[in-house]
Ligand binder design. Structure first.
Ligand code: AMP
Ligand code: MG
Length: 345
């Protein structure tokens, strides 16, 4: 009989049941690393106040220690001993949590500097995914959970993506099916009462929504100055090249179409909407679309899954349409530009 492949030796996914979430909670309490579904992407979770457990997360991901982690909790009250909420942070927590909003606030001494990469601020989020919430409820721990992908690669939106990337290095994966949103959370810095709130990473919660909730303009842009120990280093989630497939990816403005590949080479063209029959693609270019009718939330949901599949399919190049620069389009374009290595650092 042939010996089983390494994949067959791995435990099955933890099921989306009370037994599955209880097992995940037990493993987390014991200092293990468990991949968990959230409404944005899958996270690689560990007890945020257990440095040994957090170190495992950095090691598994190959994540540099200068890249701070997001800490997840059940609600704002859960973070009371970990962070100082400004009035803006309180307002946003009230309006947007649980949900895909990460807030940067000042931390207390309870949060290890390992988690915040030496900063005096910490990133906090209260996820909405019922399985993630069941695990948080059962373990009663703050969970540091960066996206469950090797550093720099596309974020995972299915349990299978986590297994494909990490195999036996992450035996415990709670299977929540496909993520409902499919792009990482919006990150807003509300740590300083005297400065306007600033979006560090666009995401599902748009600048318009944040401005409306806060009744003040929210800035979009570069991170606030970093703690002395990291001066000059941008947070890697904000690097120009991040969230990238291995296949070279190039963006197309609305009027552009792909260049015909050299004979013998194949390219993929990712469209946000099903093309009209008259929209012919150049020879050697295969066309895919993320939504029938250009629904950008739907496009965001399927983007990483499609890019992963195209990455495995051996194309020499991936071309991708840009979205309009508003609403979901801001987050989509941000990730596409980083995937193409052309993000704003
Ligand atoms: P993720 O891989 O989605 O968990 O991304 C986490 C990202 O959040 C990091 O790469 C940073 O860009 C950002 N982040 C986390 N903590 C902080 C912080 N204290 N200050 C600024 N940005 C942060
Ligand atoms: Mg990440």
């Amino acid at each position: 009989m042939p010996s089983p492949s390494p994949a067959e030796d791995l435990p099955p996914f933890l099921p989306p049941t009370p037994a599955g979430t209880a097992r995940a909670a037990e493993l987390l309490r014991a200092g293990e690393v468990v991949a968990l579904p959230t409404e944005t992407v899958y996270g690689l979770a560990a007890h945020a106040l257990n440095e040994q457990a957090v170190r495992k997360v950095f090691a598994i991901k190959g994540r540099p220690l200068i890249d701070p982690l997001i800490v997840h909790g059940l609600d704002a009250g859960f973070f009371a001993s970990l962070a100082h909420f400004t009035p803006a942070a309180r307002q946003l927590a009230e309006a947007c949590w649980p949900g895909p909003l990460t807030m940067i606030v000042r931390k207390t001494a309870a949060v290890p500097l390992l988690v915040t990469a030496g900063r005096d601020t910490v990133a906090l989020r209260t996820p909405a995914h019922p399985l993630m919430r069941a695990v948080l409820e059962a373990c009663q721990l703050p969970l540091a959970a960066p996206s469950a992908n090797p550093f720099g690669y596309l974020s995972p939106t299915r349990a299978e993506h986590v297994r494909a990337s990490f195999g036996g290095r992450v035996p415990w994966i709670l299977d929540g099916g496909a993520c409902a949103l499919g792009l990482e959370s919006t990150i807003v810095d509300v740590s300083d009462e005297t400065a306007p709130p600033r979006i560090l990473r666009p995401g599902p919660i748009t600048p318009e929504t944040l401005t409306q909730i806060l009744g003040q303009l929210v800035e979009i842009g570069a991170p606030t100055p970093l703690a002395a120990s990291n001066e000059g280093l941008a947070a890697p989630g904000l690097l120009a090249r991040h969230y990238s497939p291995r296949t070279p990816l190039e963006l197309l403005e609305p009027t552009q179409s792909p260049v015909t590949p050299p004979v013998g080479e194949r390219a993929a063209w990712v469209r946000l909407q099903r093309p009209k029959p008259a929209d012919a693609a150049p020879r050697g270019v295969e066309v895919f679309w993320l939504s029938e009718d250009g629904d950008l939330a739907e496009a965001a949901r399927g983007l990483y899954d499609l890019l992963r599949r195209l990455d495995l399919a051996g194309y020499e190049k991936i071309w991708c349409d840009c979205a309009p620069e508003s609403g979901w389009g801001l987050a989509l374009n941000d990730r596409l530009r980083r995937a193409a290595g052309r993000g704003k650092p």
